[in-house]
Design a protein around this ligand. Structure first.
Ligand SMILES: [Ca+2]
Ligand SMILES: [Ca+2]
Ligand SMILES: [Ca+2]
Length: 188
């Protein structure tokens, strides 16, 4: 059973990923986000980076579809979306806010790897505001002011970068928290 805040965040994430507004998440939506992300970084279709990303995306899609697409029509409806997240995530019932990355199920931890790659974050490199804004652009988030406001919340220690450790905590908060957690702003 998801909390109200969790449900709201997941509903918004569905709308962000459904970039063609069909009311379903299809592979073409995910590929569209990937294409926009890679093309703004100068990686064209057929380049080595593009091909590697497509393999990873296809793998992610198959894994997610295997869990979520219960009627087998190769697309994820809002009902299927809610059902799979309800099965994967529990609510932080006591609202104590003690949200830990270790509490995330394996499928969602893999999401964190995708996010880190999309933001260019690794153990040695964080994402600055410009990088974070570029990450949001393919989802159609109105950038500039919204990205900056979100970034201020996401940069937990205020050093001007989102680090890999911060991204872990933020990912956990996005999926698990029902409080006013910084990670609620992960997607702007
Ligand atoms: Ca769609
Ligand atoms: Ca389906
Ligand atoms: Ca930081």
């Amino acid at each position: 059973m998801l909390g109200t805040r969790q449900q709201e965040k997941l509903d918004r994430l569905f709308q962000l990923i459904d970039i063609d507004g069909s009311g379903f998440i299809e592979f073409s939506d995910m590929k569209g986000v990937m294409n926009r992300t890679l093309s703004q970084d100068g990686h064209d279709i057929g380049s080595p980076v593009y091909d590697a990303a497509e393999v990873m995306l296809r793998w992610l899609w198959e894994a997610f579809k295997g869990e979520a697409d219960t009627d087998g029509d190769q697309k994820i409806s809002t009902n299927e979306w809610s059902t799979v997240w309800s099965a994967q995530l529990s609510a932080d019932e006591d609202g104590a806010g003690d949200v830990l990355f270790e509490d995330l199920p394996a499928l969602v931890r893999r999401t964190h790897l995708i996010l880190a790659q999309a933001m260019g974050i690794n153990a040695n490199r964080g994402a600055d505001l410009a990088t974070y804004a570029r990450f949001l652009t393919p989802y159609g988030v109105p950038v500039a002011a919204q990205a900056e406001a979100a970034f201020q919340r996401l940069d937990l220690d205020g050093n001007g970068l989102i680090s890999i450790d911060e991204l872990q905590q933020l990912t956990a908060e996005f999926f698990l928290s029902n409080d006013d957690a910084p990670g609620n702003s992960l997607f702007g």
